[in-house]
Design a protein around this ligand. Sequence first.
Ligand SMILES: Nc1ncnc2c1ncn2[C@@H]1O[C@H](COP(=O)(O)OP(=O)(O)OP(=O)(O)O)[C@@H](O)[C@H]1O
Ligand SMILES: [Mg+2]
Length: 397
Amino acid sequence: MDVFDREMSRETIFKDRNVLSPHYLPDHLPHREAEIERIMKILAPSLKGKKPNNIFIYGKTGTGKTATVKHVIDKLIQAKEKYNANVGSVYINCRTHNRKYQILLKIAEILYPDENFMGFASTHLYDRIMDYIQNTGVIYVVVLDEVDQVKDVDDLLYMLTRANDHLQQGHIAIIGISNNVTFMDKLDPRSKSTLMQEEMVFPPYNAVQLKSILSERVAQAFKPGMCKDSALELAAAYAAQESGDARYALKLILRAGDIADEKGEPVSDIHVKQARSAVEEDIVLDLISTLPEHPAIVLYAIASLIREGGKYPTLGGESGEKFLFSGEVYEKYEKVCREWARKPRSARWYREYLKELEMMGLITLTMSGKGIRGNTQLIKLAFSPDKVLSAIEKKFE
Ligand SMILES: Nc1ncnc2c1ncn2[C@@H]1O[C@H](COP(=O)(O)OP(=O)(O)OP(=O)(O)O)[C@@H](O)[C@H]1O
Ligand SMILES: [Mg+2]
């Protein structure tokens, strides 16, 4: 038997691994019943040819915004068939279509599947979309997921509103989705009032809710008894700490499932713990791979000092958290630069690098407050120093 034969004949603990993939859309979304109902209520007039309000949905990552809206759109299309309603809809992920032009192009291509619009100006696309809606009288629901990613979002929203003013029949309704808190503040007040006719906030899931979300998926994904209840509970607890992110919970269980499957064991706590550190490693590696050289060296200096204990390891008191003084980190940074044959940058640059690292979530900065060495900056590492060190060493290999 070679490797292929062994892999093919191996028993697996999965029934349907795909159920845990990020692209899988579950039929049932526990703890989003109220949100689903509210969106359905808002969209319901469209089935009678009336204009529904625009909706803006906000919530942290992994709170089920995308899954919920896709679920409602599926239901809307079912109702359209059932009641023979003049309703249409398009789902656009603005991460991949991040300009007004690309969004118009996508809509035009869907409305006119036999035509090729490449190379046409956006005014032409706009006119053709308007023609379609005007001639058919359709109520067209445009979902703009991750709408904060659109570079010319004010233009886009202004254009869509103006479109409605010009239509004698038919209508464009917008559902905007975002996980970015500051997005609304940056919008033009006019765009804001257009988009926010209805506003919804999706709260983060707590550990109990995450557990029930996971249970349903796990029951479909694994063979009976192949994922222990305690493993599921642990994954839910970890994800609750990560701001109630259901995607993270699923990622943990999938990774734990793969680790357990490799060993031919049912998923238990130990696999979830291993999965967590593997997932954390992925995140750190991703972040660090994008860092320029000097911020990476500063981070290296921080991680080494934490591992060595630093000069003030007891700072942070009962919580046992390890903070470093900004000054000692700068000294270490200069030292590492010399060892790696790099010219250290000035203290002013160094402070910029610290801010950059904080923005990326790799470190946290706090002021010491009076008493501790005057008022100095304290630095804390967000991930385990060993992982950070090995990631940076790999980068400089
Ligand atoms: N209530 C739920 N029941 C079952 N699965 C859920 C639920 N909420 C979220 N999920 C699952 O968690 C994952 C993340 O959900 P989703 O993509 O909808 O999050 P999001 O709020 O759109 O996050 P982001 O802001 O990062 O785009 C998906 O795989 C989704 O199927
Ligand atoms: Mg989403």
